[in-house]
Design a protein around this ligand. Structure first.
Ligand SMILES: Cc1cc2nc3c(=O)[nH]c(=O)nc-3n(C[C@H](O)[C@H](O)[C@H](O)COP(=O)(O)OP(=O)(O)OC[C@H]3O[C@@H](n4cnc5c(N)ncnc54)[C@H](O)[C@@H]3O)c2cc1C
Length: 279
């Protein structure tokens, strides 16, 4: 396992503290235990600089370089927008107005938050509307986050090594729904319509990570986190509400994953009652 997280269990969210069996446990201990129990070695704080057949080269946060061999690999590329170009009616290039340099669309986020110490939960967008073009919205993975969530890190060589903020299925779905409602209201009620809001700093997310298949032998780690973006003003200390931030691993998680799999495919097909199935 090779990751740009500065510690295992950062998850691009600066880690989390969750209730497990009545105790508050850091996601670092939770993840390291899972990996150790399954014999998975990890390399963290690693920036993959080159991929060749059967070999990756990487740089670590301490500036050292190394390589790892593999038979089979799944590499998630650095997160960036699709690189769309935008032009105004007169043909002038407005790409810089619509999109951030990373290719994601600018929305109602605070892009001038400055240094890590100044970051606030309120930097995160609420309506996902482009500040210049009010008829443009970006939801899910497409919006430009105000900044990352984890503490920014770089190697002594100046290579930034950071995980991207997660915009996983559940937040993407919830944001998509809010934006769809806003677009409907703008059409039916006119320009003055109140926009629907779905800030990742006020929204929880659940994640079920499969750790083995099997009707009676399967396991999955089920986690909830609230809110996704930590709010240290509202929840001093961990930045999250530990009543709604918990994790568990076991057979029940596997069953939940299995049930959700069928429910979401059913929902995606818009079959009878699909609106009753939550994001
Ligand atoms: C390997 C992997 C595992 C993951 N596992 C989980 C998980 O277990 N649980 C979880 O909650 N999340 C998971 N995620 C994250 C989740 O899949 C994404 O966050 C979510 O799909 C984002 O939804 P979205 O609708 O914003 O973007 P996408 O699902 O990426 O949809 C964007 C769509 O736009 C289309 N598109 C792009 N360019 C154009 C264009 N020019 N014109 C028209 N269409 C275009 C693309 O083809 C794509 O269909 C995982 C992601 C990855 C990569």
């Amino acid at each position: 396992w090779i990751s740009n997280e500065s510690f295992l269990g950062d998850f691009g969210m600066g880690g989390l503290h969750m209730k497990v069996g009545g105790y508050v446990v850091s996601s670092k201990i939770f993840s390291e235990s899972l990996y150790a129990e399954r014999g998975v070695d990890w390399l963290i704080g690693a920036h993959v600089s080159k991929v060749e057949s059967g070999k990756v080269e990487y740089e670590l946060l301490d500036g050292s370089k190394g390589e790892e061999t593999f038979d089979f690999a799944m590499l998630i590329p650095p997160f960036a927008g699709v690189g769309l170009k935008a032009f105004a009616k007169d043909g002038s290039d407005i790409t810089g107005t619509v999109f951030a340099p990373n290719g994601f669309m600018k929305v109602d986020a605070n892009y001038n938050a400055g240094a890590y110490e100044n970051w606030k939960a309120s930097d995160w967008p609420r309506t996902y509307q482009n500040p210049t073009y009010k008829n443009m919205f970006a939801c899910g993975i497409a919006f430009a986050p105000p900044h990352i969530i984890s503490k920014p890190m770089s190697s002594p060589n100046g290579t930034p090594i950071n995980p991207t903020p997660p915009r996983t299925g559940m937040p993407s779905g919830i944001i998509g729904k809010a934006v769809a409602h806003s677009v409907c209201d703008l059409i039916t009620k006119g320009d003055g319509a109140h926009l629907h809001e779905a800030s990742m700093a006020e929204m929880g997310a659940a994640c079920v990570a499969s750790a083995g298949k099997g009707l009676f032998t399967g396991t999955a780690a089920a986690m909830t986190v609230y809110p996704v973006v930590p709010d240290f003003e509202k929840y001093p200390g961990t930045g999250r509400d530990t009543d709604y931030t918990f994790g568990e691993i076991g057979l029940a998680g596997h069953w939940i994953k299995h049930i959700l799999h069928h429910l979401f495919i059913y929902k995606a097909k818009l079959k009878a009652g699909w609106t009753l199935i939550p994001e």
